[in-house]
Design a protein around this ligand. Structure first.
Ligand code: ADP
Length: 505
């Protein structure tokens, strides 16, 4: 490796050959240069571990050239210079002092006559020092690459956030200025805030999932039913893009153990991608079936397909098909990374098949089936006990969220009380025990976990406690259940899920 070679400048060819031989005996590699100018060229072209130069080789022009090279080394580099001199004769020979050596950089003076072992051990030290510099260079390169990747990621993130924001801004403007029916603009707002929320969730999740800081519940779930519910909202989006979205639920329940919210995330990511990467007129077919001990979820599309060389890479973080039409479709290359990790957390596997570009893709998720006797008993079903017109308590410190939730729940026929902090929430719950309490976790002073514990302790099982969190803390779902919550909803709260829990319109 030329980066580990020693450049040797000796007074005579014989001296140079001797030095190279001694280096070789110490398992080091020498390379003879006839002048400092030549050494500079070799340094530029091939690099070197160090330079060994005899006093006689220090011609004025050579020193000027070499000093310039030393001055323009990269920051990680401090080329070791081993200078062979007759220190005793310094005065008689050339007026060399330590200060005149300074421009030559990292100089070690070796006094002649020199013993072989002294020269060899000095060379070895120089090589060790140089290797440390190479390691620093590698680290610097890695840091630079990370910075570039981060910058690209931020640029992409900005782009991804700007698109829905622009649509929201326009729709809001139209609502202010256009007369008549605003249903269309409301749909746009709902769709675009949904996109934003998913983006933020994915971002936060991918960090937690890849660092292993996430745990999933293991409740029995009917996969067929979950998919049906999940894609309910997607039909309108598909129709708007002139896509056919088909799903024929399996004839019997297909029960897996897992975390309904996470499995829905898997499904939505795959279906979202299928819609993103399928041009108008295409078809997306979703199926759920049993395959011996496993449940199989397939999302097949007739879209752009995946080139064979990309097939193995698309599940990697930030992997994207660069510079093609696909890039124009947006996305940040985190969805499939999340999908794979979430599937693995459920003890399953995900794979993709595509016959190539333009040939469509098929993603298959394999999850272990739950043992037969288990029946899905979703907390949602339990909570739905008394129908409409429930007593609901909302504990939320954000004024706008609180007011909107109260409005929405009141409109749905419930009797709603609210509190803006933990202690007030506890007091209200004890004064008028609600059927359901919706409690924000990040409350000032006393957090939502404490509120849940106290309310649960005082009122027992007759109240349904629902946590609302912003996905901030690792393991927040587990903590929520430990604190006595029955259900955990992430913000922005999925209003459909909330309506399902509470009953009513
Ligand atoms: P992105 O946000 O870019 O969609 P993903 O992690 O979800 O990130 O997907 C990574 C890449 O895999 C995408 O950029 C796309 O090139 C490819 N890909 C994912 N799903 C499909 C699909 N259904 N058809 C074709 N290519 C796909």
């Amino acid at each position: 490796m030329t980066e580990e070679q020693f450049l040797v400048l000796a007074p005579t060819g014989r001296d140079a050959a001797l030095t190279c031989r001694l280096l070789e005996r110490a398992d080091l590699q020498g390379r003879v240069c006839r002048s400092l100018e030549e050494a500079c060229e070799v340094l530029d072209r091939e690099g070197a571990a160090a330079i060994m130069v005899a006093q006689e080789a220090l011609s004025t022009a050579g020193v000027a050239c070499f000093t310039a090279w030393i001055a323009r080394q990269e920051t990680w580099s401090d080329l070791p210079v081993l200078l062979f001199m007759n220190v005793q004769n310094l005065a008689g020979a050339r007026p060399l002092s330590l200060s005149t050596l300074a421009p030559l950089g990292n100089v070690t003076v070796l006094d002649r006559p020199l013993r072989a072992v002294t020269m060899q051990s000095a060379a070895r030290s120089a090589l060790r020092a140089r290797r440390r510099q190479y390691a620093a260079r590698a680290e610097l390169d890695a840091q630079r690459a990370a910075v570039t990747q981060r910058d690209q990621f931020l640029a992409m993130l900005g782009h991804e956030l700007r698109n829905p924001l622009a649509a929201i801004e326009l729709a809001t403007d139209r609502m202010e200025h256009a007369g008549g029916d605003h249903a269309r603009y409301r749909d746009i707002l709902r769709r675009q805030t949904g996109t934003l929320a998913r983006l933020v969730d994915d971002l936060l999740d991918v960090a937690r999932v890849t660092s292993g800081k996430i745990s999933v519940a293991h409740a029995p779930i009917d996969l067929g039913e979950l998919v049906a519910r999940g894609i309910e909202t997607q039909h309108a989006t598909a129709a708007a893009q002139d896509l056919r979205l088909t799903y024929a639920p399996p004839p019997e329940p297909v029960i897996v153990r897992g975390d309904a919210i996470r499995i829905e995330q898997i499904v939505m990511n795959l279906v979202g991608n299928a819609m993103k990467y399928t041009p108008a007129g295409g078809t997306i077919t979703i199926t759920v079936e049993r395959d011996r001990e496993d449940a199989l979820l397939r999302v097949r599309d007739t879209g752009v397909g995946i080139a064979p060389e990309m097939i193995d890479r698309i599940f990697e973080l930030f992997a994207q098909v660069e510079g093609t039409l696909e890039r124009a479709r947006g996305g940040m290359g985190i969805g499939l990374t999340l999908v794979r990790r979430l599937v693995e957390l459920h003890g399953g596997a995900v794979m993709v098949e595509s016959a190539g570009l333009g040939e469509g893709s098929c993603f298959t998720v394999r999850l272990p089936l739950a043992v037969v006797e288990e029946v899905p008993a979703s907390p949602e079903a339990a909570a739905a006990a008394p129908a409409a017109g429930k007593d609901v308590l909302v504990v939320e410190d954000n004024l706008e969220s609180r007011e909107l939730l109260v409005e929405l729940l009141t409109d749905s026929g419930h009797h709603v009380a609210s509190a803006e902090d933990g202690p007030t929430g506890i007091a209200r719950a004890l004064e008028h025990p609600p059927n359901v309490a919706l409690i924000d976790i990040g409350l000032p002073g006393v957090d939502g976990y404490v509120v849940a514990r106290e309310v649960r302790a005082a009122l027992g099982e007759r109240v349904v406690l629902i946590a609302m969190t912003g996905y901030g803390q690792p393991d927040d779902r587990r903590r929520a259940f430990e604190a006595g919550f029955d259900l955990h909803l992430t913000k922005p709260v999925d209003l459909r899920a909330l309506r399902r829990v509470l009953g009513g319109p």
